[in-house]
Design a protein. Structure first.
Length: 706
């Protein structure tokens, strides 16, 4: 049997190198961080062959004392801490004293350094762990560390290196992170003697962002600044329109150190919930400054992960800072069209305009009699539902809110605090509309009190009284004489919204008081509305989805979700993992109208479901939910489960693309657009409307801004 023995320093250093030095990018990170800790104001990084042949880092920092150069390549020798207590007050990027010793063990290393008070510098060469004598040398103030033949004595590690371009890509990524964290340092990156980045020192982070990512990113940044106690959050978050397929443009910095943290990433996702498409990720460059005593950075070999003393406080700081900033902004998408060709000669243009004006007047007068009724409004209060759904993609997430009231324990508190702001809407969604036999709660003649829905009455009773008349349903066909485009004049407020007292201190979307607008439906999909600034094109499905989402949200908040019992429970096979996750969330599902129980062997029994979703496939809905729970942590899923269901219900119940809307329906949609918390996006993050300004229209038609 083998005996226990002490490992040699060489073996220890090689083991440490395997943890700290994964690839050339790891070397660049460690050396540049040492330069920053030395107080450098200029750092130059030279790379050859992707770092496998040469890595040179030169700085103008404080340098290394001649007597300390040998210690610099000794294991666990550092100038940054002295006692164990110092680990909890670390303010530098490095502190373990492992990096240089590990690098020297697997490469040919040379250090040249001079302190400001010294007339000459010192040089040390280490060849694959074999040290030479320290000799005097002439050099500039600061330190220059040169690494050649990385992993020269560990061919297995060297064999696993990727191509030079791939390895340099990783180096550039590390360089970018440090350059963003320290914009006050002049930084240069060269590859094969060609300058890749030359970044002058600047106090404006946006300048450095533009250097890396261009104006397309820097111009879409939203400044963030908030201080709570000893914590400060500042930086930039991207406009929701600026989103990516990966998290690579999510840069988080803690006390000047780039780091990753799942809870912080989740807070970022929550802040953008409902503002961007599902499976898309926001862009951010956020800096967190916190007392070093409140965070442990000594939990990961490369220090990219940290542990907060109060992670919930950090989570709330990030979430509230971004949400409050977004709530005070107009995040509506703007429609941009390419510039149209214009006539350069003003005289020629005026002649053409006069010619067209005379022709247009004659044409309009000639056709006035025959076409005068072409745009008359349809008197029918109903429309057919011949269209099909176009919202069948992967389930999205809900919007951001700031209500602090709780719905239930843990999950309720999170849902209420993170998403639910009490919606003071005085209408209810009739079950008939949800099930396809009627339209939404807002479809009733404006100003007609006899048809107003009582918000305090039972939804089913309201439906039967208001909409369930024999032979009067939305499945019936409409008069074929109706023109393909319906125009409505938005002149009033539906009865259920007529009383201003029913909506005290409610936050409104922009142009909430812009009544009297003209609107028309095109392709049975979009509503075109005239505005003071120009025109707005509205996606009827996305807007209705948002309105229904907030109504469902209100019902959950008031514990008013109705449930339909099944005579015979339905068994649903989900597998052991899926069924156990759903059963753990059974209490939360019950608040939404679902009643599930265990049946054994990975199967659950569904005994009741939400009444307003009677026509939807309940089995598939629960399967989708189980998959969502499996793809995320249980803690996160508890916070998300209610919102996921609300998203699904709203999407399934909303009017569809291709569904004709009557005049009253269009008017009600436009009215309720101004009564929801976020009329700019559907719960999945899609825009509900696009704006085209008057000046853009004038430019397209060659009116020269007239």
């Amino acid at each position: 049997m083998r005996r226990i023995q002490q490992l040699s320093n060489s073996v220890v250093n090689k083991i440490a190198a395997g943890e700290v030095i994964e690839r050339p990018a790891s070397v660049v990170k460690e050396l540049v961080e040492n330069s920053i800790d030395a107080g450098a104001t200029r750092v130059e990084v030279d790379i050859a062959a992707g770092g496998s042949e040469l890595i040179r880092v030169t700085d103008d920092g404080g340098g290394i004392h001649a007597d300390d150069i040998l210690l610099a390549v000794t294991t666990h020798a550092t100038s940054k801490i002295r006692t164990a207590e110092d680990l909890f007050q670390v303010s530098t990027l490095g502190f373990r004293g492992e990096a240089l010793a590990s690098i020297a063990e697997v490469s040919h290393l040379r250090i040249r350094s001079r302190q400001p008070e010294s007339e000459t510098g010192s040089e040390l060469v280490v060849n694959l762990g074999e040290r030479s004598e320290v000799v005097p040398c002439g050099c500039a103030m600061g330190t220059c560390i040169e690494i050649r033949q990385l992993f020269g004595n560990t061919p297995v590690r060297r064999k696993f290196l990727k191509s030079a371009s791939t390895e340099f890509g990783h180096i550039a990524e590390q360089f970018t992170r440090i350059a963003l964290a320290r914009s006050n340092v002049h930084m240069v990156l060269r590859h094969n003697d060609r300058i890749v980045y030359e970044l002058p020192a600047t106090d404006r982070l946006l300048d450095r962002l533009e250097m890396f990512y261009g104006s397309a990113v820097s111009e879409q940044m939203i400044s963030i600044e908030n201080t709570v106690g000893t914590m400060r959050l500042w930086g930039y978050a991207g406009h929701p329109a600026l989103n990516k397929a990966t998290r690579k443009l999510q840069h988080l910095f803690l006390n000047g150190r780039w780091f990753q943290d799942r809870s912080i990433q989740h807070a970022l996702t929550e802040a953008y919930r409902g503002l961007i498409m599902v499976q898309r990720h926001p862009v951010c460059f956020l800096f967190l400054e916190i007392d070093p005593a409140d965070v442990d950075v000594n939990v990961h070999p490369t220090k990219v992960e940290v542990r907060f003393q109060d992670s919930q406080q950090v989570y709330r700081l990030l979430l509230s800072s971004l949400r409050n900033r977004f709530l005070g902004m107009d995040l509506e998408s703007k429609l941009r069209v390419p510039a149209a060709a214009t006539i350069a000669d003003p005289v020629e243009q005026n002649e053409l305009q006069n010619e067209f004006s005379q022709w247009a007047k004659a044409e309009l007068l000639r056709n006035a009699a025959s076409t005068g009724s072409a745009l008359q409004l349809s008197a029918s209060p109903h429309a057919s539902t011949t269209g099909t759904a176009d919202h069948t993609d992967i389930l999205g997430r809900g919007p951001f809110e700031t209500d602090s009231r709780g719905l239930m324990t843990e999950a309720e508190d999170d849902l209420s605090e993170n998403r639910f702001e009490a919606a003071n809407l005085s209408w209810s969604a009739p079950t008939d509309f949800i099930s396809g036999r009627g339209l939404s709660p807002f479809i009733h003649p404006p100003g007609d009190d006899s048809t107003a829905i009582d918000p305090n009455g039972p939804p089913s009773a309201q439906v039967s009284e208001q909409w369930a008349s024999p032979g009067d349903s939305f499945s019936s066909t409409e008069d074929d004489s109706r023109p393909p485009m319906e125009m409505a004049t938005h002149t009033g407020t539906p009865a259920s919204f007529a009383d201003p007292a029913s909506h005290p201190a409610e936050r409104r979307s922009p142009a909430a008081s812009n009544f009297g607008v003209r609107a028309l439906q095109i392709h049975d999909c979009y509503l075109v509305v005239e505005t003071d600034e120009g025109m707005t094109v509205i996606d009827q499905h996305a807007l209705h989805e948002r309105i229904l989402y907030e109504e469902f949200r209100k019902r959950v908040h008031s514990h008013a979700m109705e449930s339909q019992r099944l005579l015979i429970p339905i068994p649903i096979q989900l597998g052991f993992r899926g069924s156990s996750l759903l059963l753990e969330c059974a209490e939360h599902l019950q608040r939404l109208g679902f009643d599930i129980s265990e049946f054994g062997q990975g199967t659950i029994l569904l005994s009741a479901y939400p009444a307003m979703l009677g026509k939807l496939p309940q089995e598939q809905l629960l399967r989708d939910l189980a998959e969502q729970l499996e793809s995320s942590s249980l803690e996160s899923a508890h916070r998300d489960i209610l919102d996921e269901l609300l998203n699904m219900m709203a999407c399934k119940a909303a009017v569809k693309s291709g569904q004709k809307l009557a005049q009253e329906e269009i008017e009600a949609l436009l009215t309720q657009r101004h009564l929801v918390d976020d009329a700019h996006h559907c719960p999945h993050g899609r825009p509900t409307a696009l704006n085209l300004s008057r000046s853009e229209l004038d430019r397209q038609f060659g009116r020269l801004g007239s």
